[in-house]
Structure formats: C-alpha cells, structure tokens
Design a protein around this ligand. Structure first.
Ligand SMILES: *Cc1c(COP(=O)(O)O)cnc(C)c1O
Length: 223
C-alpha cells in the first residue's frame, strides 16, 4: 500500500493538471480528505503529510477520529459530508467547521438554533439530489430556490454553496454541470463535487472543493 504522502503527491499533480486545463489556479480547489473508516495510523500519516482539511460522514465516528486531535492542530478544518440527523445537530455544530449536507427545512432550523446557541456561523452547503434518486439525500433541483431562500432568509444560515453526489451509473460530468448552473443561478460561488474517481472532471466543471477518500488513504474498512 502506498503512503498517504505518495498518494497526496499524485492527487495534487492531478489537481494541478485539471485546474490548468480549465484555466484555473490549483489553489482555487480545496482538497477535503475524506477520512471515514480509515485507521488512526492513516490519519496521522495524512496529518504528517500536511493535510489539514478532512471530511467525515458520521458524527459519532468523527468524534472518535478527531475529538482529541482537534486541540493539537489549530488549523484543522472538518467537513461533515454525510447525512445529519437533527438529534446530532448539537454535536455536529460543536465539532465541524463546515456542514456540506444541508437538505431539509427541519435540519436548517435546528442548525440555525444550534449555531446561535454555540455562537457559531458555520458555512453550509446545500446538498442537491441532481439525479433525483429516490434513495439519495439532497433537495431536488426544482425545490432548490425555495429551500435556499428558507435557509438564507428565514434561518439566516451562511450558505456557501452547493454539494452533490452523482448517481453511480451516470456520467458524473452531467451532474457537475447541473450543480454549477444551479449555483450560478443563485449567485453561489462554492461547489463541492468530485470524489476519487471523478475529481478531475469536477474541477473542469468548476469544483471549488473536492472530497477525496480512497485515492489518498487507500481502501476503507468495511463495516
Ligand atoms: C466517502 C465519501 C467521499 C469519498 O469517496 P472516495 O470515492 O473514497 O473518494 C466523498 N463524498 C462523500 C459524501 C462520501 O461519503
């Protein structure tokens, strides 16, 4: 298994190539290292390699990975990239720096209340179900303007941008373009899209944040 720092070099080279191909600066793409179901050894390798932005998809596991390390790395930034249950909102607001999976009104309200209670104003991404898949989280494209207005105007949330996870059996580029257009319509500049298999295409379509797990860490533990 290659080391995280070797993998990082490769990923960074590919980010650079994809960015320059799209006339963009590599620094305009934030690499979020998705550390879910990775060992503490791999995570400390990533920290040694200089990675400071991490993504987790479960609140509980994120605490297990990061609760202690948090204090040791001032510049650490944690993104929640998995579905958030409202009964975990308090813990999520306490631990994470960015919430990428805002997808329903009840959650928006509770997040706004929690942030007010904890004196925080975390950037949020609205997750969009670009493929309209019944089993997938995210708001439908048609419902996005109203949902955005609810989050921004009524709840006062800090909406940084949009996030999507394309259907596995479809051309991801199509979904990246849909997300980019939806964001442009709302005047939002941040786009969280692209994973290990398709982050180069995502960068070509304007991703400002890519969520990369296995390409950095190797295969995950299965649970
Ligand atoms: C696991 C996960 C990723 C990372 O997936 P890889 O294919 O390992 O890069 C990205 N985004 C979300 C939402 C995830 O759950």
């Amino acid at each position: 298994m290659s080391s995280v720092s070797e993998n990082l070099e490769l990923v960074q080279a590919q980010i650079k190539a994809a960015a320059s191909g799209a006339d963009r600066l590599p620094s305009s793409v934030c690499l979020v290292a998705v550390s879910k179901r990775q060992s503490t050894e791999r995570i400390s390798e990533a920290l040694k390699a200089g990675i400071r932005v991490f993504g987790e998809n479960r609140v509980q596991e994120a605490y297990e990975h990061w609760d202690e390390l948090r204090g040791a790395y001032e510049d650490l930034r944690l993104h929640l990239v998995g579905p958030l249950q409202t009964n975990k909102a308090r813990e999520a607001v306490a631990l994470f720096d960015v919430i990428e999976t805002l997808d329903r009104q009840k959650l928006a309200r509770i997040l706004a209340d929690e942030m007010a209670a904890q004196g925080k104003d975390l950037p949020c991404y609205i997750q969009v179900n670009t493929g309209a898949e019944p089993q997938k989280n995210g708001v439908l494209a048609a419902a996005l303007p109203e949902f955005y207005d609810f989050c921004y105007t009524q709840c006062g949330l800090n909406i940084a941008g949009l996030m999507c996870i394309p259907p596995v059996d479809d051309d991801p580029e199509k979904h990246f373009k849909i997300l980019a257009n939806l964001a442009a319509d709302l005047g939002l500049t941040e786009l969280s899209m692209g994973m290990s298999g398709d982050y180069e295409a995502a960068i070509a379509c304007g991703a400002t944040s890519i969520r990369v797990g296995t390409a950095l860490f190797g295969t995950r533990d299965t649970i």
